[in-house]
Ligand binder design. Structure first.
Ligand SMILES: C[S@@+](CC[C@H](N)C(=O)[O-])C[C@H]1O[C@@H](n2cnc3c(N)ncnc32)[C@H](O)[C@@H]1O
Length: 299
């Protein structure tokens, strides 16, 4: 099978996530099924895995990768902000552990027609769920200069956000910007040359992707409902790749009265892993456990 995605920190995820070998586990971002397969291999034949992804292609591929586990696997296409609803609909009660491996998969980045990347030309799309209405083309061609600058600055921490937004607005007056290549060229002309090996379009593309998929809202919305779906002692493991995501997770864990933080400092990949999988380099893993109430403690 072609290479879909190399999962990050698999051994660490397994070590922290699995507390009951017979439990029910959720992979909220199942992608190509790499982490899910490891979870199923490390648990007993009684354990069950619910895999969620909003990308239909990911669900299809995960279905093939996990086929050998038969009825131990239930795959659902949907947003993880609907997790509570999905678990009820699939007749699952509370769960023993849940994993979020945030962001995009290598496959989504590598396929030019998905429009996530500027390394190959493709339509300006960036939707994880291709049934969603808003795509990157709509944002780039219809948002005001101010709105674009704010997106690039807030989600991408792009220092030239205003200059790039201005150049986009001028370019689209001539003709709509419809491909990743056209957008890449506009950004490059504002800010030519690589800095520290980083292409000048990197931050803008990341910011647009986060905005189009409402990634931070999805995360914030899902966290509270996830805690309510967890059994006492269940683990919540989150791998994030962006400082804003990590901040949301850190603050949520710290301030939640039903969670105990397992690792004060985020766990990061080894140098060896980063060398063999450069996309792992920005990963940060945080783990929390749902508190176990002592007998007689009020709910
Ligand atoms: C980094 S990849 C996960 C890779 C996976 N752990 C593996 O081993 O192959 C992230 C996945 O999360 C999905 N995703 C991102 N945000 C989502 C959301 N709000 N709801 C459901 N899936 C989401 C993406 O479509 C993508 O397939």
């Amino acid at each position: 099978m072609f290479h879909y995605h190399q999962p990050v920190m698999v051994a660490e995820v397994i070590q922290y996530l699995i507390t009951d070998p017979n439990g029910v586990y959720v992979d909220a971002t199942v992608g190509g099924g790499g982490h899910a397969k490891a979870i199923l291999e490390k648990t007993s034949p009684q354990a069950v895995l619910v895999g969620i992804d909003r990308d239909r292609e990911a669900i299809e591929i995960a279905g093939q990768v996990l086929a050998e586990f038969g009825t131990r696997v239930k795959l659902v296409q949907g947003s993880f902000s609907r997790i509570a609803e999905i678990l009820i609909q699939e007749n699952f009660g509370t769960i023993n552990g849940i994993l979020f491996d945030l962001g995009v998969s290598s496959r989504q980045l590598d396929i030019s027609e998905r429009g996530f990347s500027f390394s190959q030309d493709g339509p300006l799309d960036m939707r994880m769920d291709r049934t969603q209405k808003m795509d990157a083309c709509q944002v780039v061609n219809s948002f005001s200069e101010r709105e674009l600058a704010d997106i690039f600055f807030y989600y991408g921490e792009e220092r030239k956000s205003r200059k790039i937004a201005r150049a986009i607005v001028l370019a689209r007056q001539q003709k709509p910007i419809t491909t990743t290549g056209e957008l890449e060229k506009i950004i490059w002309n504002c800010n030519p040359g690589r800095r520290g090996g980083i292409h000048p379009a990197t931050r803008v593309f990341m910011a647009l992707r986060i905005y189009v998929n409402q990634e931070l809202d999805e995360l914030s919305k899902s966290l509270e409902s996830v805690v309510q779906c967890m059994k006492e002692g269940a683990r919540l493991v989150i791998l994030s790749y962006h400082s804003l995501e990590d901040r949301i997770v850190k603050n949520f864990f710290r301030n939640h009265d039903q969670l105990e933080v397992i690792n004060r400092k985020p766990i990061i990949p080894s140098q060896q892993e980063i060398q063999s999988n450069p996309r792992a380099r920005s990963a940060k893993m945080r783990v929390a456990q749902k508190l176990i109430r002592e007998e007689g403690t009020p709910v």
